[in-house]
Design a protein around this ligand. Structure first.
Ligand SMILES: [Zn+2]
Length: 191
């Protein structure tokens, strides 16, 4: 088989319920289709050619039978906090490069604030300095969003970032919290 284009995109795999459950390679996508385990919902313009046939590459596939899977918790890391907050300082609202960001305990640790999803937010260095060891109220600062534990889909979350998400996937991801720029992890304790 040969390619008509070197830029190979993966396929989005949906459960029988249309819920995205993962990102798979084109090879796996085609195998699942041939085995009758999945149907192609949407295809790319790209195709592979064998001697006897041309197959458009699946962009979105849906499993023919419902598969149970376990939703994983998103790992609590510095980088995942940035991702949850879309690299936006939760006080001044500006977007920064990771190197210009830090994280802030909303309720300071000195006042019993915990290092958890619901008490840690993305913060720029300026706002971090300004807030110091105070609550947002005491510092006269307002949070953009109330922090909470994110619900990303694990496989999608760890596979692509937002700019790389193929168009045909958007219909299936837009309502899904997985539609977020992802990254791998940096430990909050060890970076
Ligand atoms: Zn800021």
């Amino acid at each position: 088989m040969t390619w008509n284009n070197g830029n190979i995109k993966p396929s989005l795999l949906l459960n029988a319920t249309f819920e995205p459950i993962g990102v798979i390679s084109w090879r796996k996508a085609i195998i699942l289709t041939f085995l009758g385990k999945a149907e192609v919902i949407s295809a790319y313009h790209q195709a592979i050619h064998s001697i006897s046939q041309t197959i458009k590459l699946p962009a979105v596939l849906r499993l023919t039978r419902y598969v149970k899977y376990r939703r994983q918790d998103v790992k609590f890391t510095r980088r995942n906090i940035y991702i949850r907050d879309k690299y936006r300082c939760q006080y001044c609202g500006k977007v920064f490069e990771p190197k210009d960001l830090t994280y802030d305990h909303v309720i300071p640790r000195s006042r019993g604030g915990k290092t958890t999803w619901s008490n840690v937010v993305t913060c720029c260095h300026t706002c971090n300095l300004k807030k110091g060891d105070r609550t947002p109220k005491d510092a006269g600062m307002t949070l953009l969003n109330q922090p909470r534990e994110p619900r990303w889909h694990p496989m999608i979350h760890f596979s692509l970032d937002a700019q790389q998400i193929p168009d045909p996937w958007l219909d299936y991801l837009i309502w899904h919290p997985a539609y977020n720029p992802p990254e791998t992890s940096f430990g909050i304790d060890n970076d």
